[in-house]
Design a protein around this ligand. Structure first.
Ligand code: SAM
Length: 252
């Protein structure tokens, strides 16, 4: 997969994309990131890419043409139109399901806005989707773009050691992940749950699945409304409800 990023801050993007797991994946060719400085696509002698908004008001607006020229350059380089995403607080909020869908695409281009945003006409002309990383406003689209790059790239083949690394994680199939523990076995009088030391894989898996259900019920009950219960889930969920009831009785 190749992700092109149109930005005013190439170094900021490169510094994150060269680090850690994603940096390694990039070096090993499992995922390709190409950062483009939007200023390279302006004819302005001062390399300006913004101007005042029509209709008045505070702030500046990024001009359509440098972004469009950057898009044309990417199209030429990859030999086709990429799936173009404008990072925007007005977009669809990024979810794990969206990351999975994007990780299956060959070419994605991200546009990072700044100031008051970008001229609406370039969004109409080239953007396939607007994506937000949450209902709050940042100063620029770079951090959102990097969040998207990280969450999508880790799903690409070869980036993590296997699919099981992410398939059991929170949000992959509608539940949160079970709690994790590592050495030492006892820490500040808190012991690792006995079942995890038993070596009994069936019991461990069942315990973990029950933890996933109960954590989701406690932390994100909204997610359970969308979740498709298996037979085992229903059995475990009934146990959780029973345990909740008896805990309530004890506390009364
Ligand atoms: N005036 C815009 C509005 O009210 O919708 C906000 C512009 S914001 C200050 C500047 C840029 O940051 C945006 O063009 C966008 O690229 C990026 N941005 C800010 N918040 C974001 C979010 N929650 N998700 C994705 N991108 C965001």
């Amino acid at each position: 997969m190749r992700i092109d990023i149109a930005t005013l801050f190439v170094e900021m993007c490169e510094s994150v994309l060269n680090e850690s797991i994603i940096g390694r994946a990039r070096k090993n060719g499992f995922v390709e990131f190409c950062c483009h400085n939007i200023r390279d696509y302006t004819n302005d002698k001062h390399r300006r890419v913004d101007d005042t908004p029509y209709g008045g008001g505070k702030g500046m607006v990024m001009q359509a043409d440098p972004i469009y020229k950057c898009y044309e350059d990417v199209c030429e380089k990859i030999g086709k139109k990429p799936y173009v995403i404008y990072m925007s607080p007005q977009g669809n909020v990024l979810t794990q399901q969206k990351c999975i869908a994007l990780s299956k695409m060959d070419n994605v281009m991200l546009i990072c806005g700044h100031y008051e945003g970008v001229d609406e006409r370039v969004i109409e002309e080239i953007v396939d989707e607007e994506i937000s990383i949450g209902d709050y406003v940042l100063t620029g689209g770079e951090l959102p773009a990097l969040v998207l790059c990280d969450s999508v790239a880790r799903l690409c083949e070869g980036v993590l050691s296997g699919e099981e690394c992410y398939e059991e994680e929170s949000h992959f199939n509608g539940l949160l992940e079970y709690p994790q523990y590592t050495r030492p076995e006892v820490w500040k009088d808190r012991k690792v749950p006995e079942v995890l030391l038993s070596g009994h894989h069936k019991n461990i898996n069942e315990w973990r699945q029950k933890q996933r259900l109960s954590r989701t019920l406690i932390k994100r009950p909204d997610m359970l409304k969308q979740y498709h219960f298996t037979k085992l889930d229903s059995k475990l969920y009934a146990q959780i409800e029973e345990e909740q009831k008896s805990n309530e009785m004890i506390s009364k």
